[in-house]
Design a binder for this molecule. Sequence first.
Ligand SMILES: C[S@@+](CC[C@H](N)C(=O)[O-])C[C@H]1O[C@@H](n2cnc3c(N)ncnc32)[C@H](O)[C@@H]1O
Length: 429
Amino acid sequence: MQVAQLIAAHAVAEVLAGHNLTVSMPKALRKVKSATPQQQAAAQDYSYLTLRFYAESAAYLAALTPKPVSDTRVEALLLVALSQLLHGQDDDFTVVNQAVDAAGTTGQRWAKGLVNAVLRNFLRQREALKADVTQSEEVIWNYPQWWIELLKQQYPEDWQAMLAVGNAHPPMTLRVNVRKTSVEAYLQGLQEAGIAVTHLGSAAIQLHQPLPVHKLPGFDQGWVSVQDAGAQWAAPLLDVAPGMRVLDACSAPGGKTCHVLESCDVDLISLDVEAERLKRVNENLQRLDLKASVITGNAAAADWFDGQPFDRILADVPCSASGIVRRHVDMKWLRRPQDLATFAHTQQQILSNLWQMLAKGGKLLYVTCSVFQQENEMQIQQFLTSHDDATRLPVQFDAAILPCEHATPGQLLPVATHDGLFYALLQKH
Ligand SMILES: C[S@@+](CC[C@H](N)C(=O)[O-])C[C@H]1O[C@@H](n2cnc3c(N)ncnc32)[C@H](O)[C@@H]1O
């Protein structure tokens, strides 16, 4: 899998230079056109592994090299191999040999010798180095220190569990499209296909092992979608009724838009600022046999609005994604503490603008996939102080319907069965 290590190194180097993995990975795959699907999948796994345990691998690398590695791709290759040696499944000597071969293709003549020396020294000195390397919290938890401090301050009881769950593999959860089939019939189909699952409640079914979607019974026919169980709270909390005029203001790729439409016949506008991402909304609507008006527009502006107030508005606003870091492992290293104020400002602008489009008596559901209170509770408190026509309604997570462990008012903390999300329901009077 030297090819896989090389692709992962390309992707990791890009992330460390400040680019998202969702952009970096396809770019890295394009660089090595000869990669087989198996090598591409392994490259994806290696890049996730490396970014999940980046602080630890980087600390070992610093301890093993007297000065920083001058070539960023060779440095990334070493980080990939060290992560595999620390946390991967492959045999140590295979990892080292493949990394040395991969180094030979980087065009740096010194790279093979360096990679060989660093990795073999690691295998020899691993135990001796461990005590020095694993001193800091950054290395113990594999998060930046500011992130650890913020969670400690905001969640004194739960911060360790939250950090640990963010480093675990995310679950793959399905949502049955109850317009096309029943949950019972779909569970039966999964059993017949030999796919082991747990029915979490309502339309949410968790796979014991992730699968490519096309291997799921009826996926192409729209019987089922992939959606985290925590995200499946949005549609019921929005409390829609037939015929209502509904806006999903930040809708792409359309998970919540489709869930709302599966649950009720409403007149729904699916808005997003990114036209490219809206293509996914259209694909999902088509696959699931659902209808919405899909519009490109800015939720913080009104140039797309026809002046008819909405009965319900879903504002699943852009955020730090700190509640879904196990799915976006690059975010731990790309986010900066000052980003929270920027997100909070954008969220406030979107919220205030959408509020004007809500009918009297209407409800707005504010959602983030963040655990940071600047984007959540503090945001809503600030909104309520400046909008005296707003009442906050209780958000009732009923564990008998869907899992909601560790829920503080509106805040689902990330746990094994669901992501970390925040919900606030506001009514206009
Ligand atoms: C958390 S994602 C939404 C996920 C979606 N609700 C779902 O369930 O599939 C946030 C979305 O907000 C969009 N967005 C960011 N800023 C926006 C703005 N000013 N107006 C509208 N959409 C925006 C992003 O393009 C992104 O698709």
